[in-house]
Design a protein around this ligand. Structure first.
Ligand code: SAH
Length: 357
């Protein structure tokens, strides 16, 4: 039987577990919750009796996520984590240091089903969804790791931009967002969280209605349906105009601007006429465009354009009054882009994802 992941329980669920499954008083649930918020494991919950800790260890884990390896960039202090899950699956994450605080990029699935042509995470498809506890566990594990270096530091911002499509794991992701925001838990402001989606339109409407003021990032990567369909299978399911309509709805519901992610790919979507077309499509929408020169993925035959092309694209958007920036590359020496590290490890182990299942 899978062990219960304490970190993934709401306050109510934890109380029920403590009272009904452990036969303990409600008061114990409060104690356990305090330990969990501090990132303790069960053995570290020293105000519980040894007998209770032993019993807990048999049926539960505090945090299901363990950092297996970490790599720190010599260029910019970006740190990359390889995490192990209870069933042996591996996921990865990146911690970036910005002036506005440490930002952790978390994964929401093992692998991904979306099939984008430029992305390393999707090469072997989706293995499984992560539980809410496994998503939160990444934050808890990263906090513990950085606090061994500096007790004042902690994850301040979160981007759901690691492996997986968050809206394809909707319930667990929404539960995670509520848990990570809980005042008695990690208490991270939802305004400091971005959720990135390839544009699952129906789920975008559901998400807009949740009343969670997170920033929506939309992976657009093209100025029209024709180009988008070449690199993103999801574009066959949801036309460009419907994706933009859903973004507009999100802006109306939450009052927050949408961030469009646009990976610049050589000879595909990076010409100034594509910038013109993009500007035309986005006119009137409260948004910002994040340009990302494509991270080369060894398995894919796609490359970033040269610097001049990137600059010209940016200039043309600005000329058309579209707010835009080029994303600074971080952790270039530690395979910062999603899916790359895990793939290398799997290759070295000689196991594909499917064989891992
Ligand atoms: N599934 C979600 C979130 C995960 S991907 C989504 O599609 O948004 C996070 C971001 O990284 C997305 O914008 C994705 O398109 C982008 N990305 C993936 N591979 C990339 C690469 N090789 N170069 C640049 N950006 C990439």
């Amino acid at each position: 039987m899978d062990k219960i992941q304490l970190l993934g329980l709401t306050g109510e669920e934890l109380t029920r577990f403590v009272v009904e499954d452990l036969g303990e008083s409600k008061f114990r649930a409060g104690q356990i919750a305090q330990w969990l918020a501090r990132g303790a494991d069960i053995d570290g919950m020293t105000n519980l009796s040894a007998a209770l800790r032993a019993k807990l260890n048999e049926i539960a884990v505090a945090n299901p996520v363990r950092i297996l390896e970490s790599y720190k960039s010599k260029i910019d202090e970006t740190e990359k984590f390889l995490y192990a899950l209870p069933d042996g699956n591996l996921i990865e994450g990146v911690l970036m240091r910005y002036h506005h605080g440490d930002t952790l990029c978390v994964s929401t699935q093992v692998g991904c089903a979306m099939g984008c042509a430029f992305c390393a995470s999707t090469l072997e498809g989706r293995v499984r969804n992560l539980t809410a506890g496994e998503i939160l566990g990444q934050v808890a594990a990263a906090n513990r790791h950085i606090q061994t270096q500096d007790s004042e530091r902690r994850v301040h911002n979160i981007v759901l931009m690691g492996s997986g499509e968050p809206l394809d794991n909707y319930d667990n992701v929404v539960k995670f967002l509520r848990l990570v925001n809980a005042p008695e838990g990690m208490n991270i402001s939802l305004r400091n969280i971005s959720l990135s989606t390839c544009g699952l339109v129906r789920r975008m409407y559901d998400f807009a209605k949740e009343g969670l003021p997170v920033t929506l990032s939309l992976s657009l990567h093209a100025p029209n349906d024709e180009i988008r369909q070449k690199i993103m299978p999801v574009a066959h399911a949801y036309p460009y105009s419907e994706v933009l309509a859903a973004c507009k709805y999100y802006v109306e519901q939450t009052g927050r601007r949408v961030i469009f992610e646009y990976a610049l790919i050589k000879d595909l979507n990076s010409d100034v006429r594509h910038a013109e077309e993009l500007a035309r499509r986005l006119r009137g929408l409260r948004c910002h465009v994040n340009l990302i020169p494509l991270n080369d993925v060894k398995e894919r035959n796609l490359a970033a354009p040269d610097k001049k092309t990137v600059e010209a694209f940016l200039k043309r958007l600005e000329l058309k009054h579209i707010s835009a920036t080029v994303r600074r590359e971080m952790g270039a020496d530690i395979e910062g882009a999603c899916g790359q590290l895990r793939r290398r490890i799997l290759r070295e182990q000689g196991t594909g994802d499917r064989e891992q299942e």
